[in-house]
Design a protein around this ligand. Structure first.
Ligand SMILES: Cc1cc2nc3c(=O)[nH]c(=O)nc-3n(C[C@H](O)[C@H](O)[C@H](O)COP(=O)(O)OP(=O)(O)OC[C@H]3O[C@@H](n4cnc5c(N)ncnc54)[C@H](O)[C@@H]3O)c2cc1C
Length: 425
């Protein structure tokens, strides 16, 4: 009997995947890593989780920030009922959250810690410094020198390494951006009050830009927001009770109301089957930059916001920063400030993951038109046993994967697959 080469390869791949030794290693202990780990542990799969529990929410968000998502869209995925944000609030005696209550980041961090104790158990705080191919599995190296063999690796490291700053601003910080340089990215701050009394240009028009500007202003800084688009978009205050006609015309989803969002959120697996170009269009266009409805009164008429403008050039003169601002927005072309805060988002790029060895990175197939990984229906990349979840999976499964709301779909798919084939305790 003969077997085609591709058929033989497929059979070998299945065999490899089923016979690899060592635990599943989850790199990252944010909402996605914790949710996958919870499901794997419940399924009896040996798993080791590395990272700081809710690390990004402790170190990449400024004090005083709130989540933009609503409580119903902010649940981590637990393998059994009882692990929702509302359950945590009840158990911890925290005030009940409604659609009209912005969630403080601190509350979300406490929820993540409670969830970890209840469903995940041990999380090892060591950072993963390298993931290399080793036989049919992986060698995972840890900060401090340890090394373990893993049958499979789930990358759940969030956005931090993808922070993007436009080229026009980069000459301001030849030594790299940061809170002590004259240029920084919003992900580098936990305390914006250090800019009290300073002139700060906030570049960007999304939630990070607008909320940072509000916090800067409230801390006594002289902030101005420079927005590329012609206007700032604001979310709409949710209605607690909607008549059935409205609910039918624009059904609710974790990302907002309307049939398009409901479809995207209801069927991320179907999004994956769309042509790559359509998926990328969805990834780029759905849910563009906007500010949360509850933030509006802290910005409009309070903090100067200049729209239709673009920073064309930036240079430093002594302690001051000179920005050349072009576009139809009017206002002075030359801007002098003490600090520039880039709220300019993130660019997904597998090559920017510092811990993936170069041969592994090279072997990860990409979504056409992006540097995000091409993934199977179970979030596995073209490198057998290497999974990606969270924002990196959004160009495959749609915008829900950029948010906590995507943890349920991702965790069940990944854990389901690994539990069927993976190593057992
Ligand atoms: C400013 C801002 C506001 C946001 N607001 C919302 C919101 O309101 N609602 C919402 O749903 N989403 C929001 N998001 C999106 C949010 O990032 C995700 O929803 C969520 O945090 C993604 O979870 P994650 O587990 O993928 O990543 P993260 O939460 O970023 O967690 C990453 C984890 O990886 C760990 N890690 C990183 N590198 C390593 C390494 N080398 N070794 C070991 N561990 C490592 C970190 O310590 C951390 O534990 C926001 C994002 C930003 C930037």
């Amino acid at each position: 009997m003969t077997q085609s080469l591709s058929g033989q390869r497929r059979a070998e791949t299945r065999l490899d995947a089923g016979t690899r030794g060592g635990p599943v290693v989850v790199v990252g202990a944010g909402p996605y890593g914790l949710s996958v780990a919870a499901h794997l542990r419940a399924a009896g799969v040996e798993v080791r989780v590395f990272g700081e529990v809710m690390g990004s929410w402790r170190h990449s968000m400024a004090t005083g920030m709130f989540l933009k998502s609503t409580p119903a869209a902010t649940d981590l995925s637990a393998p059994v009922p009882g692990g929702r944000l509302a359950d945590f609030c009840r158990a911890a005696g925290e005030p009940e959250l409604t659609e009209l209550t912005p969630i403080p980041c601190e509350t979300f961090v406490r929820y993540g810690m409670w969830f970890t104790q209840r469903y995940v158990g041990t999380v090892e705080t060591s950072r993963v410094t390298a993931v290399e191919r080793c036989g049919v599995g992986f060698a995972v190296r840890l900060e401090g020198g340890g090394e373990i063999e893993a049958a499979a690796v789930v990358v759940a490291t969030g956005l931090a390494t993808f922070a993007y700053i436009p080229g026009a601003l980069l000459p301001l910080a030849p030594g790299g951006p940061g809170p002590r340089a004259v240029l920084s990215h919003t992900s580098q701050h936990t305390d914006l009050s250090e800019y009290a009394g300073q002139r700060v240009a906030v570049v960007g028009g999304g939630q990070s830009a607008l909320e940072s500007a509000a916090l800067l202003h409230e801390a006594g800084a002289d902030a101005e927001v420079l927005v590329r688009d012609a206007r700032v978009r604001w979310g709409v205050r949710p209605k607690l009770q909607r008549p059935w006609g409205q609910r039918l015309a624009a059904p609710a989803s974790p990302l907002g109301t309307g049939w398009a969002l409901a479809a995207i959120c209801g069927a991320p697996g179907a999004v994956r089957r769309l042509p790559a170009a359509a998926r990328m269009q969805l990834f780029r266009r759905a849910l563009g930059p906007s500010g949360g409805w509850w933030l509006r009164e802290r910005v409009e008429g309070v903090v100067p916001v200049r729209t239709s403008c673009r920073v064309e050039r930036a240079h430093r003169s002594g302690a001051e920063v000179h920005l050349r601002v072009g576009g139809a927005g009017g206002g002075p072309a030359d801007h002098v400030v003490d600090h520039v805060l880039a709220a300019t988002g993130y660019r997904l790029d597998v090559d920017a993951l510092p811990f993936l060895a170069a041969p592994v990175r090279r072997a990860v197939g990409r979504v056409p038109g992006s540097q995000a990984p091409r993934l199977s229906g179970a979030f596995e990349s073209s490198v057998t046993g290497l999974y990606f979840t969270g924002s990196l999976a959004a160009p495959m499964f749609g915008p829900m994967l950029r948010f906590v709301a995507g943890t349920e779909f991702a965790a069940r798919r990944i854990a389901g697959r690994l539990a069927r084939q993976g190593p057992r305790r």
